[in-house]
Ligand binder design. Structure first.
Ligand SMILES: [Zn+2]
Length: 81
């Protein structure tokens, strides 16, 4: 079947039929995959990165809170007075 997206081919990763023009050579899969597979791969990567970020931010927050709390109390107190 030939469409304006090229010849319909099956994605080697998920088996979905997509236009050959839409297939992309993915370095992680090391094969031609459809945009959906690329999206899903990015999403799962993002989730991992977000978890790592959250962990790092959580660590930072603990450190920052130690420094900030006394300062905030002083500035808040001076505003009220
Ligand atoms: Zn696919």
């Amino acid at each position: 079947m030939i469409t304006d997206r090229g010849i319909m081919v099956k994605c080697k990763n998920c088996g979905a039929s997509v236009g050959s023009n839409e297939l992309v050579l993915d370095l992680d899969y090391e094969m031609m995959v459809c945009p959906e597979c690329v999206k899903q791969k990015k999403q799962s990567k993002d989730i991992h990165e977000e978890i790592n970020k959250e962990r790092e931010e959580h660590k930072l927050k603990i450190h920052m809170d130690d420094d900030r709390k006394p300062k905030e109390r002083i500035s808040r107190g001076s505003r009220h007075l």
